[in-house]
Design a binder for this molecule. Structure first.
Ligand code: COA
Length: 371
């Protein structure tokens, strides 16, 4: 029996704190007019001290699980796509797993920069289509504001924080994610890079002093690359789904720059009305931008059950990709997902597990328990 991966839940979470172009113009040599005309961005959301990549991911996930009416204990897989994980390890996905109380799920982080959500969507879909996984939670979450040099006008005007999540569920009914392409070209790795802090350049006084722990970007080169690959990836994914561009009701692109999106749509001959854009209010939230834009497209009634939608993105790596989905909407289910109760249950579960681990250590000390 063929299985399909249907998108049955979606959710987003963005910080409350807004940073406008005018605010930025007080910090660096830029202007609202310059930022809007070159990027389309008016403002972005910035995480406060208590908000992290995992807290935003958990909020978005709870909303997505609520839409899908799915208990986290029924999740088999959690993928967090992020370029701003809480740590190198443990994976942010494991923190999310714990805070959701998803006791039966495998969890890992995926790093494909701003293309990460497309990659995660495809990996989650393939896991479902193979029969190995029934329910998957795919999250794109970022707090890139913590990795941006707020004195570098090249980059600090672009990025914002946020998270978005999809629930994918197996069903024999044809639909859901029907094709995807994933591409990469590491020869362009230096065009968008965060060089410091890992094995190649461990943190030292010098790396910190010279700003190696901030995002560095060659904006013009990335711009050229992006306009080329967005259209290519879309065409390829549509062809793979055995459809034509005319069959597409909505394009949800990575929200990096209005001019990049316009150029891509022009070359695809798709009118702008068929494209979801919300980067004016959130800036580039990297891998979170596609699920956030999807949630807002649904709120605005622009994406309905049965519609064919293309997700397309590009980013550091270099990476790029696209996916075609027939929009499903939530599956019929008994409503049982109560976020507040769930949050309390997850906290209690986590506490008990830590407590038992401590008791275990006290009992066995330096010795291993008998197997
Ligand atoms: N405010 C005001 N002036 C700025 C500026 C800013 N924030 N940033 C750069 N400038 C200046 C430059 O110094 C340059 O001045 P000069 O002509 O005197 O040398 C001028 O504006 C033009 O700079 P340029 O880099 O050519 O601008 P651009 O039109 O390429 O726009 C980006 C810059 C970054 C907005 C654009 O290249 C871009 O969006 N690239 C893609 C980046 C991206 O999407 N990254 C994320 C990928 S996931």
């Amino acid at each position: 029996m063929s299985l399909y991966a249907h998108i049955t839940g979606w959710g987003m979470a963005v910080p409350e704190q807004i940073l406008t172009n005018e605010d930025l113009a007080r910090q660096v040599d830029t202007s609202d007019e310059w930022i809007q005309s070159r990027t389309g961005i008016r403002e972005r959301r910035i995480a406060n001290g208590d908000e992290t990549t995992a807290t935003l991911a958990v909020e978005a996930s709870l909303r997505a699980l609520q839409v899908a009416n799915l208990d986290p204990m029924d999740l088999d897989l959690i993928i967090v796509s992020t370029s701003s994980p809480e740590y190198i390890f443990p994976a942010t996905a494991c923190l999310v797993q714990d805070r959701l109380g998803a006791g039966k799920a495998g969890a890992f982080d995926l790093l494909a920069a701003c293309t990460g959500f497309i990659y995660a969507l495809n990996i989650g879909t393939q896991a479902i289509r193979s029969g190995a996984v029934k329910n998957a939670l795919i999250i794109g979450a970022e707090t890139l504001s913590r990795l941006v040099d707020w004195k570098d006008r090249n980059t600090c005007i672009l990025f914002g924080d946020g998270a978005g999540a999809f629930v994918l569920q197996a069903s024999p009914e044809r639909g859901g994610v029907i094709s995807a392409v994933m591409r990469s070209d590491g020869s362009g790795g230096d065009l968008l890079i965060l060089p410091g802090g890992c094995s190649r350049m461990p943190a030292t006084y010098e790396t910190v002093a010279s700003g190696k722990h901030y995002i560095q970007m060659n904006g013009r080169e990335v711009f050229r690359f992006a306009t080329r690959v967005m259209a290519q990836a879309t065409e390829e994914a549509v062809r793979k789904a055995e459809l034509t561009i005319k069959d597409i009701q909505l394009v949800i692109p990575h929200q990096a720059n209005q001019r990049i999106i316009e150029a891509a749509l022009r070359s695809l001959d798709i009118p702008m009305e068929q494209c979801m854009i919300n980067l004016d209010r959130y800036g580039n939230t990297s891998t979170a931008s596609i699920p956030i834009a999807t949630c807002e497209a649904i709120q605005q009634g622009r994406l309905k059950a049965g519609d064919t939608v293309v997700f397309v993105g590009f980013g550091a790596g270099l990476t790029w990709g696209a996916a075609v989905a027939v929009w499903s909407g939530p599956q019929a289910a008994v409503r049982r997902m109560l976020p507040l109760r769930l949050r309390m249950y997850a906290r209690l579960r986590s506490w008990i597990r830590r407590f038992l681990r401590r008791i275990d250590a006290m009992i066995w000390g330096r010795h291993n328990p008998p197997i």
